[in-house]
Ligand binder design. Sequence first.
Ligand SMILES: [Ca+2]
Length: 231
Amino acid sequence: MNMNLMSRIGVCSFICLAITLGLAGISYAGLPQVIGNWEDSNDGWAVHSEAAEGTTAKAVKENATLGNYSYKVFVPSGWQKAIVRDLSGDANLLAALGKATQLKVDITLKAKEWNIGTGWVKAIECIVIQSDMGGWQQIDPADGETGWNGAEDKKVTVTFDIPPQTPPDLTHGSITIITNYDGVTTAGNFYFDNVRLIGAAGETKPAEMKKAAEPNQPKEAAKPVEPNKPK
Ligand SMILES: [Ca+2]
């Protein structure tokens, strides 16, 4: 009887502890973190220094998927370094990049702006992360249909899986968006919005979880529990 009760208490404590620590871990890096919203500003983004001549980018009050503004980007045809966000010098954003497992970006293409003819257009080609972990990490879309025939407006969320970036020690990091289209009769713009870094917990807001987890968070017990944390 006593043994039973004790082991039951033990199991319950362990589960409570595991849940508490699990939630605490999720909120560690402040993810999800929006790094591109462009509410009447460039929001830290810029035309890439090696972008093709004629590349332009500015915040506009149209085609937003978060807030009221999106980033209207025109890029000449072909595989192009379009826009870049340098996170260097911002410890919080570098920590977010270090902990992130995914990057998601919303893209809008307007049928009235494009005449694709016999050409082709992708909503986005890939992203490139440059950080302590590697000077050129080219990442293809993991989810989201990037192909477009131009018949109707397109709005798509494209997901990229981010390899581990040695958290929390990044000293520099940047994210470049690469575009690609070719052979079109008339080229239009790309409208980007709600670029966000996502952690292992997904898109749930971490602030609420943090509040619930904090009061019970036992510091000393953290180490023994860690090996059993579900992956
Ligand atoms: Ca926005």
